[in-house]
Design a protein around this ligand. Structure first.
Ligand SMILES: *[C@@H]1O[C@H](CO)[C@@H](O)[C@H](O)[C@H]1NC(C)=O
Ligand SMILES: *[C@@H]1O[C@H](CO)[C@@H](O)[C@H](O)[C@H]1NC(C)=O
Ligand SMILES: *[C@@H]1O[C@H](CO)[C@@H](O)[C@H](O)[C@H]1NC(C)=O
Ligand SMILES: *[C@@H]1O[C@H](CO)[C@@H](O)[C@H](O)[C@H]1NC(C)=O
Length: 485
């Protein structure tokens, strides 16, 4: 072969390689830039003059050896913090001890959440937001979730992607005290996902102050304004994690027939001080005033409970619209930890939708939305107690997966990431295989408030009947304030 021929063939080969590379890049470039997958899927199909592709076909489209989808999916898809075998963790105590010492795997800079969320398409594909398995029952029963957080966007996002469904509504409230990077990351997530709203108007959530429920009320309003016709409103802290798939939640909530699940019991005597004085927010926390607080104008039986629960849509409307509810909320505004008395008391009012005149207590096992271990309870906590609540670790996994509750409280990715990773895996497996789960119907249907509400006949649930109970209550409960002073 003469040198000229050689030169010609080298140029020819280089040209081919160049064109090939150009094609690959064009293929890739067509795809990631628009913020919504749907639109980029469209632009991709448009540019190839193809009809609309099904998800399966789209996943299959190949560019070279791998599909664009799988390239994006693999690159930054969340991995477990440690290479642990979750199924072994469930029964093998020896393995639990071993797992504690596995080193955490580092992720690359480009895959760090704060960087990844700047590219919505990539974020949505790699973290699974674009490819969720949804049952028809779920679509027909939308939910609204509120997540309150102050730190650890990674943990909050892990929670979000576990409960995320495109037809639901999500409100994220980031404490005003949080570092700006935490807010920025969450805000970008909100930009990427249409049905995720990150509240912009934030306040410093001073411990035990009214700021907690003010945040909640903001999310409730946004939820009602959204296009999503959700049936239940579920609030949680970012340090909680689900024990049920969203499909399981929907099945249980459907069976609850519009009763709330809010913890409520008589305000214990030793906590009355919280509502007897007026408290004000100062720069370093809540300050008690010396004056006694005027009693509420109606003689309402004060209750205590959790700030979190399962709220029916009608109950949320009641909270925001009923004038007694509104007056009560205003009255509680300057008390200590008002959110622990607010829903607990409102859910006992006889005309409140989904209400019940009974105690629902975690300590009795009736509070179906939350699993937790309090200090002094007869259940081993493998993690550590923080403010009297167990922060779970891997050793708690066997207990956790046996609990019938919706969520467990609480987790800390900095203390033990494995337990969260494994719960995520368990739920993912059940989501892909929804038939395998045996829900503990015996537990759900025998909780006192569920039984109570299921026994109410339909005429007792009518607006007319509720209005009647309201009038009756108002007549008997108007307080003669003059006699109190
Ligand atoms: C995807 O590709 C595989 C292998 O080429 C093929 O067997 C399968 O039928 C394709 N699926 C779809 C939905 O096109
Ligand atoms: C989840 O499913 C995968 C794949 O089938 C399996 O390897 C894994 O052990 C399962 N995890 C759990 C915790 O059951
Ligand atoms: C509730 O209390 C907060 C803090 O003390 C105050 O800023 C706010 O104006 C109060 N809200 C109402 C409606 O009184
Ligand atoms: C529903 O219950 C109320 C009160 O228990 C009763 O008075 C009423 O007759 C019942 N209505 C029907 C249709 O059963």
């Amino acid at each position: 072969m003469d040198t000229d021929m050689k030169r010609k063939s080298i140029v020819y080969i280089l040209c081919c390689v160049y064109i090939l590379i150009l094609c690959m890049f064009r293929g890739l470039n067509e795809f990631p830039s628009p913020s919504l997958l749907e639109s980029s899927e469209q632009s991709l199909t448009d540019s190839f003059k193809l009809r609309h592709l099904s998800r399966a076909e789209f996943n299959n489209m190949s560019f070279g050896k791998q599909s664009v989808y799988s390239v994006l999916q693999d690159a930054c898809s969340p991995r477990k913090h440690t290479p642990v075998q979750c199924s072994r963790l469930i029964g093998d105590a020896e393995y639990v001890r071993f797992v504690r010492n596995i080193k955490i795997e580092q992720i690359t800079d480009e895959c760090r959440l704060e960087n990844l969320v700047k590219d919505c398409t990539r974020f949505k594909i790699s973290h699974g937001y674009s490819s969720v398995d949804i049952q028809e029952e779920e679509r027909l029963f939308p939910l609204s979730f509120t997540i309150k957080m102050h730190q650890n966007p990674d943990q909050a996002e892990q929670l979000l992607r576990t409960i995320y469904r495109p037809h639901n509504f999500y409100c994220i409230y980031v404490d005003g005290k949080s570092p700006v990077e935490v807010f920025e990351t969450m805000k970008n997530i909100g930009t990427c996902l249409d049905n995720v709203v990150v509240v912009r108007d934030r306040v410093n959530v001073v411990y035990a102050s009214s700021a907690h429920f003010q945040a909640e009320l903001q999310c409730m309003k946004l939820a009602l304004q959204s296009q999503v016709k959700w049936k239940y409103y579920i609030n949680m802290a970012a340090q909680e994690f689900p024990l049920r798939t969203t499909f399981e939640m929907v099945q249980i909530l459907t069976a609850m027939r519009e009763v709330n699940d809010i913890e409520t019991y008589d305000l214990p005597v030793f906590l009355r001080w919280r509502l007897q004085k007026s408290f004000s927010i100062e720069s370093n926390g809540l300050v008690e005033s010396s004056d006694n607080k005027r009693p509420f104008e109606y003689d309402v039986r004060l209750s205590k409970g959790s700030a979190y629960g399962l709220f029916t849509r009608k109950f949320v409307e009641f909270i925001l619209e009923d004038d007694i509810a509104q007056k009560f909320i205003l009255w509680l505004n300057d008390t200590y930890a008002p959110e622990e008395n607010m829903w607990a008391t409102l859910v006992t009012l006889p005309w409140a939708p989904g209400s019940y005149p009974l105690e629902v207590r975690h300590t009795r096992g009736d509070f179906l939305s939350r699993a937790m271990i309090w200090y002094g309870e007869n259940q081993k906590c493998h993690g550590k107690f923080v403010r009297g609540v167990c922060v779970f670790e891997s050793g708690d996994l066997p207990w956790l997966i046996k609990q019938p509750n919706f969520f467990a409280n609480k987790f800390d990715v900095n203390k033990d990431a494995t337990v969260i990773d494994c719960l995520e895996e368990v739920l993912k497996n059940r989501t892909m295989n929804p038939k395998v789960t045996d829900l503990k119907w015996q537990y759900y249907l025998t909780r006192p408030h569920v039984t109570y509400y299921r026994r109410l006949n339909s005429s007792e649930k009518l607006v007319k009947a509720r209005d009647f109970r309201r009038l009756k209550w108002l007549t008997y409960h108007l307080r003669d304030l003059k006699s109190d002073f």
